[in-house]
Design a protein around this ligand. Structure first.
Ligand code: ADP
Ligand code: ASP
Ligand code: MG
Length: 421
């Protein structure tokens, strides 16, 4: 049997009919290299945003089941059109949705996790010499309910399929030429990284580098799937290879800078300083499937026996979080809740910062020199994040990118061609 390559094309790559025809050419090119090809495709252009908008024109709070039913239709359109484009160019192809493939997920709407992927049907089509075009983003539960994997989730569909099929590689085709030291659309001086480890990419994706869905990187790490991020429009360019090797540029403490404007900060003021307070608060959020990112509890004021608990959540979870806080108010006896939705999370990521003191201090000084106030800080082994005012995000990213020597000319040495894997 031939080696399998999974190719994933994002929304911008299939935004119109001409682009779909072009994508078909990129698929046939890969097949002509002697591979079996499985393609995962997203909805065309801004289709998913448009579907979300229509739902909200009907009701402020659409049911999550119907939302998944609606959003999954976007990918249904692109798989059929892409399969037709392949057939029209003489390449046998078949489209399959998540039910037909058997992309099994847990029973959670809007952010379901994949549990299992059946591969028998796909393999039968491959044996017949067909390209299999699979709908990204969607899944199905045991009792045939349609689910979706969360915005940007087609990357995860592709990597999970590559893992299940033991593919040689998963190629993520997009509208930029690879993974850069920061978003190249915000900082034109950003540099393309030749390679990056799963660990660093996972942190970057989690803190806002939306070139890859974080769960796609998690899945790639778990199943050891090499990912190559590359341009749909410049097929000969090498892109960025993501694999297990840790940062080979350890002389550089920081590999990338990212900003995330999707969160807001909630401060619960004057909470009684008793054991169990945080448990009640965050348990309520956990039951509602609301992810909390940063948490800071202030020093308790002995005279009042109270403190403040601040945390960040996704903006889309705001209303539900406020409702939950209202429910636990009597138990926690806090005075009021303050919502700050004009924030940005700015992060630096790099395996090279391990055991290197002074990186956090340099980040804070860079922000201080720009008179940017830090509202919250969190760190992990290879990441430092600061919450700042939303309107300072661009300035902060540009300055950090420069201070940590990531501007184009300074990291030219990592721009070499990639080995094939
Ligand atoms: P697709 O539709 O192909 O899934 P996305 O819009 O989800 O594309 O992801 C590609 C976008 O990710 C780029 O256009 C770029 O603006 C953004 N991006 C953010 N951070 C980075 C980064 N570090 N490197 C490359 N692209 C990035
Ligand atoms: N179409 C979905 C979205 O826009 C999934 C994806 O593009 O990855 O979020
Ligand atoms: Mg994407």
């Amino acid at each position: 049997m031939k080696e399998i390559i999974v190719q994933k094309f994002g929304g911008t790559s299939v935004a119109d009919i001409e682009k779909i025809k072009n994508v078909a050419k990129a698929i046939i090119r890969e097949k002509n290299f002697g591979h079996d090809v499985v393609v995962v495709v997203s909805a065309m252009g801004h289709t998913t945003d448009y579907l979300v908008k229509m739902a909200h024109e009907i009701t402020e709070k659409p049911s999550s089941r119907e939302m998944d039913m609606l959003l999954s239709t976007g990918e249904g359109v692109s798989i059929a059109l892409l399969a037709m484009a392949l057939q029209a160019q003489g390449c046998p192809a078949v489209s399959m949705n998540a039910i037909q493939v058997g992309i099994m997920t847990e029973k959670v709407h809007s952010k379901a996790r994949i549990i299992d992927i059946k591969t028998d049907k796909i393999k039968r089509h491959l044996e017949r010499g067909e390209v299999v075009v699979v709908a990204g983003f969607q899944g199905v539960t045991e009792d045939l309910e349609i689910t979706t994997l969360g915005r940007g989730g087609s990357d995860t569909s592709a990597v999970a399929l590559a893992g299940a099929l033991s593919a040689k590689r998963c190629d993520i085709y997009t509208d930029v030429e690879g993974v850069y030291t920061t978003d190249p659309r915000i900082v034109p001086n950003a540099s393309r990284l030749g390679e990056i480890s799963y660990g660093e990419m996972l942190e970057l994706a989690r803190v806002g580098a939306n070139v890859l869905h974080p769960r796609a990187v998690e899945t790639a790490k778990q199943y050891n799937v090499p990912i190559r991020v590359r341009s749909t429009f410049k097929l000969d360019n090498p892109g960025t290879l993501i694999l297990g090797v840790d940062n080979m540029e350890l002389h550089r403490p920081v590999t990338g800078v990212a900003s995330d404007l999707s969160q807001l900060r909630i401060v619960v003021c004057d909470v009684k300083d008793n054991p169990g307070t945080a448990a009640i608060l965050f348990n309520g959020l956990a039951i509602a499937n609301i992810s909390v990112d940063m948490i800071i509890q202030s020093y308790a004021r002995k005279d009042l026996n109270t403190n403040d608990i601040a945390f960040t959540i996704d903006k889309s979870d705001k209303e539900q979080t406020l409702r939950i806080l209202e429910k636990v108010k009597a138990q926690l006896d806090f005075s009021n809740v303050h919502v700050d939705d004009k924030i940005a999370k700015i992060s630096i990521v790099g395996a090279g910062m391990i055991d290197r003191p002074g990186i956090a201090a340099m980040m804070f000084k860079t922000l201080a020199d720009l008179d940017i106030n830090i509202k919250m800080i969190s760190t992990s082994e290879i990441k430092i994040s600061c919450i700042v005012a939303e309107d300072k995000a661009k300035e902060a990213v540009e300055a950090l990118h420069k201070v940590f020597n990531l501007d184009c000319d300074e990291i030219a040495e990592v721009k070499g061609d990639l080995p094939d894997v």
